[in-house]
Design a protein around this ligand. Structure first.
Ligand code: ISE
Length: 326
């Protein structure tokens, strides 16, 4: 089925797990935009993803994709350490860019992007904290903002993965995963953190000595309210995220959407997704639609921006030296 020629032409850099999902979501679920171009260091993988999702043009050079006149906007889903370079290249090309989190791997690098965007004088950078587009997270934020159960007092985040690659360090967890929860805390409380306390723990002796797979983060905000975040990356049972706001006369917390209670063999319980793509795919699609609409129709993007990407580095910058060993 041919697409309207007026569709937004998006170039996707990185066609691994996340990038391939973005290309497929653009092809199947975002009517006003096309994955018009793809690049991956693994050219064969890029060709396969393109062939499966509408026949995007495959580039063998990311800079050429960014500069191509038939690419209107760029989505970056390449390895974390390439995000700053590609985002700065998009700014230089005056192309709107949605950079998957993290925006950068250090606060200093994130600040480079922030300053480059400020110097350009145009807000072109969006960051992929997709939980802002999860209906459950939005509902909790709206309840907290409505004030019907009193003023929000405390944010509590839980972020668990079934497992993570052997040798993953605490620094990687802070850089690659914790940003989601820190962004949710700021977004739901509407405040900037002033103090950040980070500690980590290795859950099992057989894990790599540098691994800290259980991290606790405590934030205090300008108005003295607080947030706690637990990240446990080897829970062995599944992927589970919750975001709770405790208010003066009650609390609101996200639930597992579409959860089905199964009673069988003397037990009753819910299944837990294996990973974030299963839990947050609706959020990823909503984020892409909102981003594409913001570019095509000049309306505000309701997701995270360069400042949010910079702020998400707070735990990395505040962790004890031993915890964020480079
Ligand atoms: C991953 O990159 C994500 O974005 C997931 O949302 C997060 O839960 C996971 O820990 C990250 O590695």
């Amino acid at each position: 089925m041919s697409r309207a020629s007026t569709n937004l032409r998006i170039g996707v850099i990185g066609t691994g797990g996340m990038g391939a999902r973005h290309v497929m979501n653009l092809y199947r679920f975002v009517s006003g935009a096309d994955a018009a171009a793809v690049y991956d260091a693994d050219h064969a993988r890029a060709r396969q993803v393109a062939a499966e999702c509408g026949g995007a043009k495959v580039f063998e050079n990311p800079q050429q994709l960014i500069e191509d006149e038939n690419v209107d906007a760029v989505l970056i889903a390449s390895p974390d350490e390439t995000h700053v370079e590609f985002t700065l290249a998009c700014l230089a090309a005056r192309k709107p860019v949605l950079c998957e989190k993290p925006l950068a791997t250090t606060g200093q690098e994130a600040e480079r992007v922030l300053r480059a965007e400020l110097a350009l004088g145009r807000k072109l950078v969006s960051v992929g904290f997709m939980r802002r587009f999860d209906p459950q997270h939005r509902a909790v934020k709206n309840i907290a903002a409505a004030g019907e159960i009193g003023q929000p007092l405390l944010f509590k985040g839980v972020h668990r993965n079934a497992s993570m690659p052997f040798g993953t360090t605490g620094a990687t967890v802070l850089i690659n995963s914790a940003g989601h929860d820190l962004d949710s805390a700021r977004w739901m409380l509407g405040e900037e953190a002033q103090e950040v306390f980070v500690r980590g723990f290795r859950s099992r002796p057989e894990l790599h000595p540098a691994t800290l797979d259980l991290l606790v983060i405590l934030l205090s905000f300008a108005d003295k309210r607080m947030a706690t975040v637990e990240l446990y990356m080897n829970d062995d049972y599944g992927y589970e995220v919750s975001a709770e706001v405790v208010c003066q006369r009650g609390a609101a917390v996200t639930e597992q959407p579409d959860a089905v209670l199964v009673r069988a063999q003397g037990r009753r319980g819910y299944t837990v997704p294996n990973d974030w793509l299963a839990r947050f795919n609706e959020a990823y699609i909503n984020e892409l639609r909102d981003w594409a609409d913001s570019i095509q129709f000049g309306q505000p993007f309701h997701g995270a921006n360069a400042w949010d990407g910079f702020a998400a580095m707070m735990a990395t910058e505040s962790a004890p030296p031993g915890l964020v060993a480079r």
